[in-house]
Design a protein around this ligand. Sequence first.
Ligand code: CU
Length: 169
Amino acid sequence: MAQKVPKHSAIIGITLLAVIVSSAAGLGYYQYVWLPSAVAGETIPPEILNPPQNVTVSLVAGAYVPSQVENFVPKNITVVLSVNNTVIWSMEDTVAHTVTSVGRTPSPKFDETAITSNFLFTEGDRFIYTFTNPGVYNYYCVPHSAWMRGTVTVLPAPSQLDEQSVEHG
Ligand SMILES: [Cu+2]
């Protein structure tokens, strides 16, 4: 564990406010957890900060091979705010990957976080991100951008939909 810290330290310095790196002591892997509550001046409902469910996207073994159609599994997911808006990218491959925003998603926070802070080196590494804004988020893996691409579609919370339908009659 400890010997991996220097590898990440330069990257961590850039995104210290947004990213908490947990060494997951005893578990033998790294976790990158982004906490939306760490962003100052923003009020996010607690049910969105701590949704009861989450969704896991696996970076499956062999994802680094161009002919491997299955890499991010599942490639395209849909989550709902306050239901399951925490996404866990779980490393199952032996070759390093990234989860990198294509940029200009509905959240600059995602664009910043999912760019340099989330290299997944070894089996068991995880990148965990809690989405707080609805919209479509396209991402890819930098070393394998030609075939490793995925999408997270974030839908508004059911309560937000209720409010909208009331407002619009
Ligand atoms: Cu990759």
